[in-house]
Design a protein around this ligand. Structure first.
Ligand code: F3S
Length: 399
């Protein structure tokens, strides 16, 4: 792989051992994937933040980098942590867990990575433009960035996104290359998609069928809200290694599609049957003691909807809503938070239902509107899960 003089100096350790080790990792990955060179991304989104997922080994690794004086050289921010950084003590989080989580955040901050702790940076002003190269590690955000924003990123691992943050480079391969961003499969949607759960089921179902590639999705009728695309981006990445889809009129590059090219692609139809099958596959219970909304983190519109729907009502179950701190502050200002809290709901920021120690709070079964949450809550957290759309979640919770 071609390296500039400056990159060679970094590689050889002239700017310190920490930066050199991160550079060597990027070069090794680039060589595996046949990258011709490194490019400069404008932003890095770093996952591997929750103590629940990275444990003591991860904590020591990040503290080690911070001690060696590693510094971020581009704008970069963190994915959700394992706790609400301001309010964890009110949420019965085990103290030992919280202490270690705070050490992880401090180490990342020392490196210069902003503790925004959200999986939806694109909802809080970090919204790369068309063709902008970035290095993001949160799979739901990766798919959204490539497919909706038209930015360019591979599905980075926690370590490679961190390396890009520190070195300010990413290997030039995969979805950074224009010719690698064309659709490989044609998906005909033959079912009406009415809400965020339907889009989430669609994404999971496409991912299960394809496992890899770039689907061109057509046939969606009606309004396609940003929140629906957020749900689709998250679920398609859970059941596959897909990092990008095309939807005509949404994906900036979908204009370049020649109809003739699409005709040559392998075609798959998604009907109500496929969506029902996914729903059955991910729903294990009819009982639930907690409702969790916000995978990926809620937008202000979703919080507005919950606030309006819960006005004057009382939740009969725990009702947790996860979002970024910035959206939470906005929701507070507008008055949504007090409406939700009067109904007995809680809005939690900096973390989410999957990466926080939900199972240690005595929770056994969860109702959610996200296939990604359903998948991880049952596989990683060993909880029972039921799927329902947002309006049903609210209705069931106030019964
Ligand atoms: Fe975000 Fe957590 Fe879901 S990081 S995409 S809310 S699993």
């Amino acid at each position: 792989m071609f390296l500039t003089k400056e990159e060679e100096k970094i590689y050889e350790g002239e700017y310190g051992e920490a930066k050199a080790s991160m550079m060597r990792l990027l070069v090794a990955i680039g060589e595996v994937y046949g990258a011709s060179k490194l490019i400069k991304p404008t932003n890095a989104h770093v996952s591997g933040v929750s103590y629940k997922t990275i444990g003591d080994v991860g904590l020591e690794f990040i503290e080690g980098l911070a001690k060696k004086n590693a510094k971020a050289s581009i704008q970069s921010q963190l994915n959700p942590a394992g706790i609400d950084l301001k309010n964890w003590s009110k949420l019965n989080i085990p103290k030992d867990f919280a202490k270690k989580q705070i050490r992880i955040i401090s180490a990342y901050e020392k490196i210069g990575i902003k503790a925004l702790c959200t999986c939806t940076p694109y909802l809080i002003g970090i919204s790369p433009r068309i063709s902008e190269h970035i290095a993001w590690a949160e799979s739901s955000a990766v798919v959204f960035a490539n497919s909706v924003l038209g930015a360019r990123t591979n599905r980075e691992a926690a370590t490679t996104a961190l390396a890009s943050a520190i070195v300010g480079r990413t290997p030039f391969y995969g979805l950074h290359l224009e010719e690698q961003r064309h659709p490989t499969h044609l998906i005909d949607v033959k079912v009406d998609l009415l809400n965020e759960l339907d889009f989430s089921l669609l994404g999971y179902s496409i991912g299960k069928d394809l496992r890899t590639g770039i689907p061109f999705i057509r046939g969606i009728k009606g309004e396609i809200k940003n929140d629906y695309l957020k749900a689709l981006s998250a679920s398609i990445a859970v059941s596959s290694s897909i990092a990008m889809f095309h939807i005509d009129g949404i994906t900036p590059e979908s204009n370049m599609e020649e109809k003739d090219n699409l005709k040559n692609l392998e075609k798959i139809s998604i009907t109500n049957y496929e969506l029902k099958k996914v729903n059955e596959e991910l729903s294990f219970t009819n009982e639930f003691d907690t409702v969790c909304i916000g995978c990926p983190h809620c937008s202000i519109n979703e919080i507005k909807y919950i606030a309006e729907m819960s006005m004057g009502k009382k939740f009969q179950k725990r009702f947790f809503i996860y979002t970024s701190r910035k959206v939470l502050e906005l929701a507070k200002k507008i008055g949504y938070v007090s409406l939700i809290e009067s109904a007995g709901g809680k809005i939690i920021s900096d973390t989410c239902m999957v990466v926080s120690p939900l199972e240690s709070l005595g929770i056994k079964s969860v109702l959610t509107n996200s296939c990604k949450a359903a998948y991880y809550l049952s596989s990683l957290c060993k909880l029972k899960v039921k799927l329902a759309n947002l309006s049903e979640c609210i209705r069931y919770a106030v019964q």
